[in-house]
Design a protein around this ligand. Structure first.
Ligand code: ADP
Length: 473
């Protein structure tokens, strides 16, 4: 069995702010099924420190960017975790990336510390004798790990996965030494990025392979409108870059294990879940109930929702929103709920259990993103027969078969995709949703198609396994 060290800032079931955590947390089990043993290195944030108090120390360093650090080893829900306990970097109240005054100002050092520990473990192994064959870094937070390996002269191969290129881990040039980066590599073909350094760029130029979370996003990243400054770096890596779709952890995200269980052939539980969620939020919706479970940010196209809602409501629809993020978008959503009592309800906040009830009880899930590396909520929607209405970008375009006449005639449609991410095409998509929902036979067929579409990790895990195997052969 090959061994992989996965380095990331979040992973379910321990800590999650977005899809990254779902993916990092699901990969170990998925990879075990195809012959790769993965351990996951994440920081020991305060709550996790307590949980790991009795775990054995398997790595330590006296000065990890300004203080002592240890790595604790333990198992949670079948996954082998390595928690980086560096109190000066991670033991603070607040969010994992931001405190009350915005992003932590030493975020570059905090996650350089994580990356340094990852590279050191990959190079030297752990006190318990475990030593990985491959280091797998995720996003900007782990971007320096491949760089430390490469610049330290290690032969351990590395992979970096881009879950979202919008976050790049930028630091001014004067941080170079503090970040333990070699000055000789401060040029445009290596570390230098717009006059400073970027941990994501560092990973992209030093890792042996680059992956991103959907084939379509891999192509988009070569274009300025999606590459966000890194398009040239991605393009220069040529065939080292590939797209591997995220999967769904079906042990967690399946209607068969929902509060009111159902399946493609026995849908009664879904009707119960719908009634329950409508009662919970005081909704009475004769047409389709559209849900949104999302960070409320510009990326997600949430600002387009108010413009398409009145017509959708007039046609019988309802909208239920769970999310948090930009204050202005939160306010817009709350205003909608005030305007359409009984038809629109909004819960500002983060609530995993509620999100499950919504995927079970909703009829459709809206994902009008401006860009979307893979997207998980449309995959949950497919699995739950809660048909996705998506902007045709990134992984959304890869995973939803839109209900155009050809797909309907062939009986393979699983949702509705629109393009570009603007009000007019979104509104047409919502009209289409209302029309499809009004045809119960057609709707039921689309639900069956969606629920039978494979969204599990099987195929993608095999692709990661092939990638690792190619690096260690
Ligand atoms: P991103 O990582 O860009 O936020 P993804 O679609 O890849 O988008 O993943 C988002 C994940 O976070 C999904 O698992 C989604 O259900 C979850 N999520 C987002 N907002 C909330 C919320 N307010 N409450 C519960 N879960 C949420």
């Amino acid at each position: 069995m090959g061994r992989v060290l996965s380095v990331a800032s979040e992973a379910v079931p321990l800590v999650k702010t977005g899809g990254l955590a779902d993916v990092v947390g699901a990969l170990p089990a998925a990879l075990a099924a195809v012959g790769w043993e993965m351990r996951v290195l994440i920081p020991a944030y305060p709550a996790l420190r307590k949980q790991a108090a009795r775990w054995p120390v398997v790595w330590s360093e006296r000065d990890l960017f300004g203080g002592p650090a240890t790595v604790l080893s333990g198992e949670v829900a079948g996954t082998a975790f390595l928690l980086l306990d560096a109190p000066h970097l991670f033991d603070r109240e607040g969010g994992i990336y931001a405190g009350p005054d915005g992003d932590w100002r030493d975020n570059d050092l905090r996650f350089a510390g994580l990356s340094w520990a990852g590279a050191a473990i990959a190079r030297d192994g752990l006190a318990d004798g475990w030593r990985p064959d491959v280091l797998h870094a995720h996003d900007w937070q782990a971007g320096y790990a491949p760089a430390y390996l490469r610049y330290g002269g290690s032969a351990v191969p590395s992979v970096i996965t881009v879950h979202n290129i919008a976050f790049q881990g930028f630091s001014p040039a004067e941080r170079l030494t503090a970040l333990r980066l070699p000055e000789a590599e401060f040029h445009a073909d290596a570390l230098e990025y717009y006059g400073g350094v970027s941990s994501l760029k560092a990973g992209l130029v030093t890792a042996d392979r680059v992956t991103t979370v959907s084939p379509n996003y891999a192509g988009e990243l070569r274009r300025p409108e999606f590459g966000m400054g890194l398009e040239g770096v991605i393009a220069a890596r040529g065939t080292d870059v590939s797209g591997i779709l995220n999967g769904v952890d079906e042990a967690v995200w399946s209607p068969e294990v929902a509060e009111h269980p159902y399946s493609a052939t026995r849908m009664r539980g879904k009707a119960k879940a719908r009634a329950a969620i409508c009662a919970e939020f005081g909704l009475e919706v004769p047409g389709p109930l559209a849900i949104i479970v999302s960070r409320l940010t510009d990326q997600k196209g949430i600002d387009l929702v108010p413009a398409v809602t009145p017509e959708f409501i007039a046609a019988g629809g309802g909208v239920l929103v769970l999310g948090s993020g930009d204050a202005a978008l939160e306010a817009q959503m709350q205003l909608l709920a005030q305007q359409f009592p009984g038809r629109v309800a909004v819960r500002i906040g983060y609530d995993e259990a509620l999100s499950h009830r919504m995927f079970a009880g909703g009829d459709a899930v809206l994902v009008p993103s401006r860009f979307e590396p893979c997207g998980l909520t449309q995959l949950y929607g497919l699995r739950f027969g809660t048909l996705p209405v998506v902007a045709a970008v990134g992984g959304l375009a890869d995973t939803v078969i839109t209900a155009n006449p050809a797909a309907l005639a062939a009986g393979i449609a699983t949702g509705i995709a629109f393009h570009p991410t603007e009000v007019a095409p979104f509104a047409v998509a919502m009209q289409h949703l209302t029309a499809l929902y009004a045809d119960p036979k057609l709707w039921a067929q689309m639900q069956r198609n969606a629920m039978r579409q494979s969204v599990d990790w099987g195929e993608s895990a095999a692709r990661y396994a092939a990638l690792y195997a190619g690096l260690t052969a």
